[in-house]
Write a protein that binds this ligand. Sequence first.
Ligand code: ZN
Length: 411
Amino acid sequence: MSSSERLILKPAAVFIGRGPLHRDWAVLVDGERIAAVGPAATLGAPADAAVIELADATLLPGLMDLHSHVLLYPYDRTSWNDQVLREPEALRVAHATNAAGATLRAGFTTLRDLGTEGAGYADVGLRAAIAQGVIPGPRLIVATKAIVATGTYGPKGFAPECGCMPLGAEEADGIDSLTRVVRDQIRRGADWIKVYADIGWGPRGESRPTFTLDELQLVVDVAESSGRHVAAHASTPEGMRRAALAGVRTIEHGNDGTADVFALMAERGVALCPTIAAYEAIISYGGGGLGGEPFTPEPEAKYASMRAALASGVTIVNGSDVGVFAHGDNARELEALVRYGMSAQQALESATAVAAEILDLDGEIGTIAPGMLADLVAVGGDPLENVSAIRDVRLVLQRGRIAAERSLTAL
Ligand SMILES: [Zn+2]
């Protein structure tokens, strides 16, 4: 299909990225952008447009997962330590190539990929390969290596005199080193800066804050000077508090977040990316977390923190930590968000319009409106009634081109 062709999509309903479903609406795509959306009867479709009938399907903006690791795959297949320590980068990129294809076929057209976990800057090359059409995959927003305080991140537990062990992230501390590392990651292609505000490095392996408030503020200042935002891994109330005060854009996980810290985040406009799906996957694997931290999730604690988060009014954005579990199964997080108390509409908003705002891409993606890029997904049934409907992907459009489709003739 050439990019100048026009398409009319006729689903049973349209979810524009916010609000309720619109029944009997249609969408006109002209080239790579949406030209019109509205009631099918009055859309004014041009005669030369190709019509795609999507009976009984709902059309949504392409879905977004704002916490992925395309360069990891499930730990029950190969442990995190072994992926980081033993696998050549080319092998990891080969896995990531499959991951990218599976993600796109699942209707996810944008990922914010938060750290290569020892695979260097491979995310920058994957981003280019997808953008150039070399391999199929979602738009990637990448963080490269991610930044950790010295001595806090894995692989851990090896002979301490050996200083040559591969690490899952880049160490930096203090004013000079943090400034240089943030700028270096930007030079090498980072769209976002990912920083670990806490991790399991206490004397008994427990999660403790890592960087001081001054250090986190410096990271944010340097990154924001370049127009880039910071995502902070944080689960302890103090790590979250420091990250929120420092001005990060999102806090990842927030597992032990309290009403007070969520209120601070809401006040400061810091969003929560809860990664419930990874939390649950780690329970099913019997423990163990990123960076080799001894992490034993407690389901009740996560429920309690999500209840506090929802009550606080903090913005919640969809992000699953996929890679901990299988790529292409990103729907897990939306299902979890609903199980933990969001409506299906709120969960879908967090994966479309809200996600686009967090990424500063709300003028391009995340909603179905004239002028927006035609990143679209059609799913069987009504995902606002049952969010698992997003698993029944019928059609994926990426910039107006069909990226994946399933038995259209049968619809
Ligand atoms: Zn992660």
